[in-house]
Ligand binder design. Structure first.
Ligand code: NDP
Ligand code: BG6
Length: 585
């Protein structure tokens, strides 16, 4: 059988954009990125309109970086030419179809996030008119069983419209299942046959979502590419983290994927980049005069990027014990937030321009050293009649495991903007609260007329900007304010933009935005391979040292605020942590 190849050309995007049904936005109009935050009524009178992240003309997106860095084999180029010529037919575009294959469909992520997000997109009329969803995994399941599984995870949460059940039925009728091995080309050929039946001879675009363990990514990609990629339309592959365990394994994974795909086809997902507040970070920075001029060492004392979960590893011991919190949360989610926070102004909102700036700032950062880090692990504890498990109580974790469930690290960025400003990154499981936020602490007001009113602790009088992604999205600024009355008493108050009060509408799940972007070929919120390399370069030496020296994590009780050591680390860099806020950290 001939090996089929997937187009890598940017022209393939025109298929995706034109294939959208009613309610879509003219792709040749310019919409700045904040259009994605446009809550105006859509064509169907909907309250909330979910759009892809960057609504610039898709053919303006430069897709060449990855391709030129990785010259295409002749076979790719031939397909690319074929793709370009076939892209010229408008009627073909109108009649194109999208097939989404969820590889690992029997898993938790598929059930909890991917299928519900696809349903939400369908509900919002964001999927093309002609689309089919296939679940693929080794488990034996009928179409009906897959539908039952999906159905259990679907909700009518969007606006509780009356026709939700009807929409669910329509959605489920588009869902099918194919059982197969991840390394069997033969099984993927059979999948291809079924896909073709559903595609009915239309020009087809195919999106594979690899929701499987990374050890089988390359096998699945090889089979999908050789036996089930689109012959005329585009083929894209969404890859879930973890993207390796360190620099070396990440490079190997990238090399493995690029044997069968070009960079443009690989959509490395980091769901934190699809979070509403994280998207908003750029809008706040670059469209408000009041923030950007303050965004530097001149005014900012320190920045804290915090992730905390009030649950443990919840049965994911097998995965987690091999990765730990630094790889699970810091190297990807928190570092991505930090990069967006600290990067220079991009030339445009184009995906490549933004990703170029992210790479630049990551490369300006000093790789972590042991003395920059505190690691911890939760231990069991009992509160009243309730007992909480230790990390090592998980059946898939060894009793003497040194894997950290908590880490705090201080980064420095060696550039003119951020020289000397500590970026304190904190991530932990089994803590007292669920939280994901960025806290920006500003410097003291020079010659503050009111300093007598603050007592001896001037730090407490500094402004703080908080961007809270979870729980309850909010942006708030702590200011000093006069307490009304005849005396002169000051207090710390918030200018508070609480999303649920200001925007009483559903905030879409991060996976919805990212899936929509992948369908539309918008790469801005996906991680490019050079970004990944730069990210691993910051953590790999530290991870190696922690493992070689068998560094003992400091134990902290489940449900507490984490190890004591984090206070010392913060104090070493003159960062006040956890005791400055008006709110409870
Ligand atoms: P699962 O472990 O549930 O795996 C998904 C499916 O892959 C399983 O249903 C199983 O399907 C198949 N599978 C599992 N282990 C193996 C194996 N060793 N060899 C071959 N097939 C296997 O993962 P999740 O659904 O939780 O997550 C999917 C991917 O997304 C993983 O890579 C994970 O690291 C990543 N991820 C998950 C997150 C989450 O919150 N769950 C968050 C971020 C990333 P079958 O046996 O039917 O073939
Ligand atoms: C995943 C991590 O990437 O993110 C999990 O693997 C973590 O360990 C999860 O629990 C947190 O995501 P969210 O969206 O619940 O904050």
């Amino acid at each position: 059988m001939a090996i089929r190849l997937s187009p890598c050309s940017s022209t393939s995007n025109t298929f995706s954009s034109s294939s959208f049904s009613h309610g879509s936005i003219p792709r040749n109009s310019y919409f700045p990125t904040w259009a994605s935050l446009d809550y105006s009524r859509g064509h169907h009178g909907r309250n909330f309109e979910l759009r892809s992240s960057n609504l610039q003309p898709l053919n303006a997106v430069s897709l060449q970086a990855g391709v030129s860095a990785n010259p295409l084999p002749k076979e790719h180029v031939e397909t690319q030419v074929k793709e370009e010529s076939s892209s010229s037919s408008k009627s073909e575009k109108a009649e194109s179809t999208l097939s989404i294959v969820v590889v690992g469909a029997s898993g938790e992520l598929a059930r909890k996030k991917i299928f519900p997000s696809l349903f939400a997109l369908f509900y919002e009329d964001r999927l093309p008119k002609n689309f089919t969803i296939f679940g693929y995994a080794r488990s034996t399941m009928t179409d009906e069983e897959l539908r039952n599984m999906i159905c259990r995870g679907l909700t009518c949460r969007i606006d509780k419209r009356k026709n939700c059940n009807e929409k669910m039925d329509q959605f489920l009728q588009r869902c099918f299942y194919h059982s197969g091995q991840y390394s069997s080309e033969d099984h993927f050929s059979k999948l291809d046959k079924k896909l073709k039946e559903k595609e009915g001879g239309r020009l087809s675009n195919r999106l594979f979502y690899l929701s499987i363990p990374p050890s089988i990514f390359v096998d699945a990609v090889r089979c999908a590419r050789r036996r089930a990629s689109s012959e005329q339309g585009w083929t894209r592959v969404i890859v879930e983290k973890p993207f390796g365990r360190d620099s070396k394994s990440s490079v190997e994974l990238t090399r493995g994927l690029k044997e069968y795909l070009c960079e443009d086809q690989i959509f490395r997902i980091d769901h934190y980049l699809g979070e509403e507040l994280i998207e908003n970070l750029l809008v706040l920075r670059f469209s408000n005069l009041v923030f950007e001029p303050l965004w530097s060492r001149n005014h900012i004392r320190n920045v804290q990027v915090i992730f905390s979960e009030d649950i443990g590893i919840e049965g994911r011991g097998k995965y987690f014990d091999n990765y730990g919190i630094i790889r699970d949360i810091m190297q990807n989610h928190l570092l991505q937030i930090l990069a967006l926070f600290a990067m220079e102004t991009p030339v445009s909102l184009d995906a490549e321009d933004i990703r170029n700036e992210k790479v630049k700032v990551l490369r300006s950062m000093r790789p972590l050293q042991l003395e920059d880090v505190v690691v911890g692990q939760y231990k069991g504890c009992t509160e009243g009649i309730t007992s909480y498990p230790a990390y090592t109580d998980d059946p898939n974790v060894t009793k003497n495991s040194l894997t950290p469930t908590f880490a705090a690290a201080t980064f420095f960025i060696n550039n003119a903007r951020w020289d000397g400003v500590p970026f304190l990154m904190i991530a932990g499981k089994g803590l007292h609260s669920k939280r994901a936020e960025v806290r920006v602490q500003f410097r003291h007001v020079p010659g503050n007329l009111y300093k007598q009113k603050f007592g001896t602790d001037l730090d407490k009088a500094t402004n703080e900007l908080v961007l809270r992604s979870q729980p309850d999205e909010a942006v708030y600024l702590k200011i000093n304010n006069k307490v009304p009355g005849l005396g002169l008493r000051l207090d710390c108050s918030d200018l508070n933009l609480l999303y649920k009060s200001r925007y009483p509408r559903e905030v879409p799940d991060a996976y919805e935005r990212l899936l929509l972007d992948a369908v539309e070929g918008e790469r801005r919120l996906f991680i490019r391979s050079d970004e990944l390399d730069a990210a691993w370069a910051l953590f790999t030496p530290l991870l190696k040292e922690l493992e070689e020296k068998k560094v003992m994590p400091e134990l902290y009780p489940y449900g507490s605020r984490g190890p004591e050591g984090v206070h010392y680390l913060a104090a070493k860099h003159n960062v006040r942590w956890g005791d400055l806020s008006c709110d409870d950290l």
